[in-house]
Design a binder for this molecule. Structure first.
Ligand code: DLL
Length: 432
């Protein structure tokens, strides 16, 4: 089934015309409501009237996460505060998170995007669906939740944590669908097996997995151990959250809701637009957003775009798997982590050298993060109590900045390998 055939199966010409009209409206809206965009456009000597079709998008300035941070918290908001009904946030590289406000219409569009995705996965009103992304400032929980309600299926807002209880709910409520990170799906499978149960004791048949990169091998393993069919879901807070794109039954790329979120691929060095089929950085423009619309937002995600009709009948542009990032962001247990966040904490602690290494691994299907730091010689002591107190202080600060816990390893001064060239701060042992 297709949730909205009039948009998802629209001819390419009609789609371009619609995108062009929406872009014109958007550009005029941000020009008049967001000084940041007006200034940028004036500097580039472009006026809203210069935008006549979707192809004119290349004339517009890019927006980066740094721009969002510089305008923290509400500088890029276009709608008056009285129109904002919800706020989500995502981690910044250091310091301030990125704040995204939604109007009632933005929430409705998001629900529509999520309904398209869930319908493409085969979720129906009769399904009972567990939303096991975090609820809160993260967009995963509430984003999927509203989509499930929109199609009329039953939502079980399990959120994250307490996996044994989750397994019992899966079994007792005969839950048929689940949304979570692919690594959590594997952890769930492991918990199920540890509890002496197997896929035949539960009724799961469909999973919506995303928020972090995953591979075809992980898909096979999750499908095998949980007895379901796993689909990709992609999105990012700055654009809306989950639902920007989704796989269909053909699983040959993820269909983008391009009537709302217009995609481009650029060369991250030259910033030139690249043709379909070439790998580059994914860029989105929110064609219909009111709260905090963005022009040409650089996601830093590397992938390709594919056009051409899909055998499922949808005609929207598809994106391939995310092949990496053009910045140093890591995704650990579904949470975005920048090494610079760790650096900012370390620089605040006089007892620690400005040297550190993040060691990321996946043990029993759960991501682990170890942070190795060097204690300054004057502070290094054989007194266990003071060393433990230092470790605890650092660990608490890291937890509050990253929103995930890390194992802290205090090392002797000089023991972290110094690099000759560009300093290396991450060892990622996960094979993705
Ligand atoms: O992760 C939104 C989301 C929630 C998507 C639930 C899917 C499911 P952020 O926290 O802003 O938002 O992180 C966005 O996560 O730029 C990608 O690097 C990565 N990402 C998201 N989905 C996928 C995916 C949410 N399916 C960042 N495959 C994005 C690979 C993904 N990477």
């Amino acid at each position: 089934m297709i949730w909205n055939p009039s948009k998802e199966c629209m001819s390419r010409d009609e789609m371009h015309a619609l995108q062009g009209r929406r872009l014109q409206k958007l550009v005029s809206y941000v020009y008049h409501n967001v000084p940041f965009y007006r200034n940028k456009m004036q500097q580039m000597d472009i006026a809203p009237d210069d935008i006549r079709s979707i192809d004119d998008i290349v004339k517009l300035p890019f927006t980066t996460k740094q721009d969002l941070r510089d305008n923290y918290p509400y500088g890029l908001q276009a709608a008056p505060q009285s129109e904002i009904v919800r706020v989500h946030a995502s981690s910044g590289t250091t310091g301030n998170p990125t704040i995204v406000g939604y109007t009632r219409k933005d929430i409705a569009v998001w629900q529509e995007a999520m309904a398209r995705a869930l319908t493409a996965y085969g979720v129906k009103r009769e399904d009972t669906f567990s939303v096991s992304y975090g609820y809160g400032l993260f967009t995963g929980g509430l984003g999927v939740h509203y989509g499930v309600e929109n199609i009329g299926a039953t939502v079980i807002p399990t959120s994250t944590g307490n996996t044994e209880k989750h397994v019992r709910l899966l079994r007792d409520l005969k839950i048929t669908g689940i949304a979570c990170t692919p690594s959590y799906a594997l952890y769930l499978a492991e918990t199920l097996e540890k509890m002496g149960l197997g896929k035949d004791d539960i009724s799961l048949r469909v999973g919506a997995f995303g928020a972090e990169p995953w591979t075809e091998n992980m898909r096979k393993e999750i499908e095998e151990r949980l007895g379901l069919k796993g689909y990709n879901i992609y999105g990012l807070s700055e654009i809306v959250g989950p639902g920007v794109s989704y796989e269909c039954c053909k699983q040959n790329g993820s269909h983008i809701c391009e009537d709302h979120y217009y995609p481009e691929i650029i060369n991250p060095e030259t910033l030139e637009q690249l043709p379909y089929g070439q790998q580059g950085e994914l860029v989105f423009t929110t064609l219909t957003k009111e709260g905090m619309p963005v022009l040409r937002y650089r996601t830093k995600d590397l992938c390709t775009l594919m056009d051409g009709e899909c055998e499922c009948g949808r005609k929207t542009v598809r994106m391939g798997r995310i092949m990496g990032r053009s910045d140093d962001m890591l995704i650990i247990r579904g949470i975005n982590v920048f090494p610079s966040q760790v650096e900012s904490v370390i620089l605040e602690m006089p007892e620690i050298e400005p040297q550190y290494m993040l060691v990321v691994d996946r043990i029993n299907n759960l991501d682990t993060l170890q942070i190795q730091v060097e204690v300054r010689r004057d502070f290094f002591s054989g007194d266990m109590g003071s060393m433990l107190a230092m470790k605890k202080r650092l660990s608490d600060k890291i937890k509050s900045v990253l929103s995930i816990g890390a194992e802290i390893k205090l090392m002797e001064p000089g023991s972290i390998e110094r690099s000759q060239g560009k300093s290396k701060h991450v060892i990622d042992k996960r094979s993705l």
